[in-house]
Ligand binder design. Sequence first.
Ligand SMILES: *Cc1c(COP(=O)(O)O)cnc(C)c1O
Length: 371
Amino acid sequence: MRSPRRWRPETLAVTAGRDHSPGAPLNIPPTFASTYRDGGPVGYGRWGNPSWTAFEEALGVLEGGHAVAFASGQAAIAALIEPLRVGAMVTVPADAYLGTRGLLRDLENRGRVRLQPVEVTDTSAVLATLASTELLWLESPTNPMLGVIEFRPILAAASKAGVTTVVDNTFATPLLQQPLAWGADAVLHSATKYIGGHSDLLLGAVITADEDRRASLLTHRTLHGAIPGVMETYLALRGLRTLPLRFAQQQRTAQELAERLTGHPAVTSVRYPGLSSDPNHDRARAQMSGFGAIISFEVADAEIADRLTGALELIVGGTSLGGVETTIDRRRRWPGEEAVPAGLLRLSVGLEHPEDLWEDLQHALDTAARP
Ligand SMILES: *Cc1c(COP(=O)(O)O)cnc(C)c1O
């Protein structure tokens, strides 16, 4: 048998995280237990669970490291920030995920950390922060502006400077890029999104290739109690099995819709790294094996954007992303997103028929643009 690490991601997504012994059920059954009889390997439910281990094995092998699952993406973010010493400097993308910025801002206000926000698509601006920072937080493509970071030179320079690097890989998934291979210290996922994939759970994970870092993440999880649910990890692994298939179709539909959106008179701009006209296209092509399934497009103002959302019949207005259902969100409506253009809509492309999605979008765009 070939080493599992040599199998392709589609195969690993199906085979990893199983018990291969004779007579074992194909899937690790969920074990609902807070406590165990003495003499076994786990003991107490906050210390471990077979469903966590199965999920962690599968996600870890896809990212090329060892995964530690957390109660949510946000709990995983907190687990990476908490070990920083008091007063540590953190470089954070100016348009990082709202929850990342919110947590860091709260910690800054309480004197716990210091922050340097940076435009992360500007490589030299990022490099200029390395001399004075301890943690470099990266996210690419960014949410919701879909900026793409130039990973290789940034991660190489950070490693040389002794700066710890974290990559939020939620939008790309391990299928499009594996930042540990470029030298990132830790990769983060909100498994709530593409990995779970069905809008029915919250879950997070950190993946690292460093044994000491993994051990300290496990200690953090046990002591802070941000443990994943048994059912959540079971469902997320079930979701992960079909991630390659779902994501391939979602990307195909996203490419098609992005191209059609550029041709609609009510659309003033479209951001999607798969468009050859997109400023991030060449960078994305050079380092990713696909362009993802999020499109951010703009209409003239907030009023038209809200009319558009109200006129949709198939696409769901809602704030999350990465599910089988296509969802749309005007990001500027959220406090903390003041830098996002008022008429920008973030579209998370799901698995409905592309023509049905386009008919829905086209009808809503026509309706919204009518005076
Ligand atoms: C949703 C999200 C998170 C936070 O994850 P939760 O599971 O909601 O806690 C972090 N990063 C990105 C990019 C996200 O989209």
